[in-house]
Design a protein around this ligand. Structure first.
Ligand code: F6P
Length: 341
């Protein structure tokens, strides 16, 4: 078989490990051939390819980013996009496609599968918000980067008696904030799933200052206050209709200063959470996902997403995996709340 591989959406540590797993087993065990499509769905849409053989995947296991490049191109939004993809796959002699991506990339994969494209999906996102898989690779790396940053913020916050706010990624789901905040002992963690009460946040801040232990607030970029409490700015939309976030940390700092009279500063971790080398956990998970994906293609089991359930690598229908996001349940947030204040 000749198999196309693409990586779409926001990049994430471990993408290269997946590609390596797919190609090493695909060529070495099954004798398949591969072609890489550049920059997510833009590749098959425009017929932009690169060679993808054993040599191309040598040495990429520990490297962050993706050797294939990525984009947020949405072919469904482009007139005739699906037909162009099908024509380009046929022109390249591609029998099947492995799409590595998050909710958007896999949503497109599902729609292509519905229109007879043989596709298998691999879940990727630092946000860990994909349903049907317990974890996505990249999440562990992002959490560890954020945890280390919060540890560092603790010591400087104490020296200066400041409230320090750490804004982390997480558009619709607060998994990174929850795990990094729990691991690093945050004063309070604010996530998109639970609108926060600014008065309570300020009370936590005051109580930490009373004990001479400076407060650290971990806030997910998608977190928002209870209705009417604070004004928020609107951002631009991407091709999948997502608003570009970032800024809640700054808004919070101003509000905390105004309400408590204490100095508050914000650190936005942003893309640092997505860059660089993956943790051992993410390398192993990504490698196992890659092996699972090529096994599914080899068996002709299309329209599936590879997933982790418990410690097992399993296959779930793309339709099921992309039906809804996996957000933080109230019970998980309550565990973290024990340590607030
Ligand atoms: O979906 C992954 C993610 O890192 C989100 O946490 C974040 O909101 C978004 O991508 C940012 O995307 P970009 O930097 O590509 O605009």
């Amino acid at each position: 078989m000749r198999i196309g591989v693409l990586t779409g959406g926001g990049d994430c540590p471990g993408l290269n490990a997946v590609i390596r797993g797919v190609v090493r087993k695909g060529v070495g065990v099954y004798g398949h051939e591969f072609v890489g499509f550049r920059d997510g769905w833009r590749g098959p849409l425009e017929g932009d390819t690169m060679p993808l053989d054993i040599q191309a995947v040598r040495g990429i296991l520990p490297r962050g980013g993706t050797i294939l490049g990525s984009s947020r191109t949405n072919p469904i939004k482009i007139e005739g996009g699906v037909e162009r993809i099908k024509e380009n796959l046929a022109a390249q002699g591609v029998d099947a496609l492995i799409a590595i991506g998050g909710e958007d990339t896999l949503g497109v994969a599902k729609q292509l599968f519905d229109r007879d494209v043989k596709v298998v999906g691999v879940p990727k996102t630092i946000d860990n918000d994909l349903n049907a898989t317990d974890y996505t690779f990249g999440f562990d790396t992002a959490v560890n980067i954020a945890m280390e940053a919060i540890d560092r913020l603790h010591t400087t916050a104490e020296s200066h008696h400041r409230a320090l706010i750490c804004e982390v990624m997480g558009r619709h789901a607060g998994w990174i904030a929850l795990h990094a905040g729990m691991a690093a002992g945050a004063n309070v963690i604010l996530i998109p799933e639970k609108p926060f009460d600014i008065e309570k946040v300020c009370a936590y801040v005051e109580s930490r200052f009373k004990t001479r232990y400076a407060p650290i607030i971990v806030v997910a970029e998608g977190a928002h206050p209870l209705e009417g409490q604070m004004a928020l700015q609107a951002g631009e939309l991407d091709a999948f209709g997502h608003v570009r976030l970032g800024g809640i940390g700054e808004v919070l700092a101003k509000e905390i200063e105004k309400r408590t009279g204490k100095e508050a500063r914000t650190t936005v971790l942003g893309h640092i959470q997505r860059g660089g080398t993956p943790t051992a956990y993410d390398r192993v998970l990504a490698t196992r996902f890659g092996l699972g994906a090529i096994d599914a293609v080899n068996e002709g089991d299309f329209g599936k997403m590879i997933a982790l359930q418990g410690t097992d690598i399993v296959r779930v229908a793309l339709a099921e995996a992309t039906a809804e996001l996996k957000t933080v349940p109230a019970s998980r947030y309550e565990e973290a709340e024990v340590f607030f204040g």
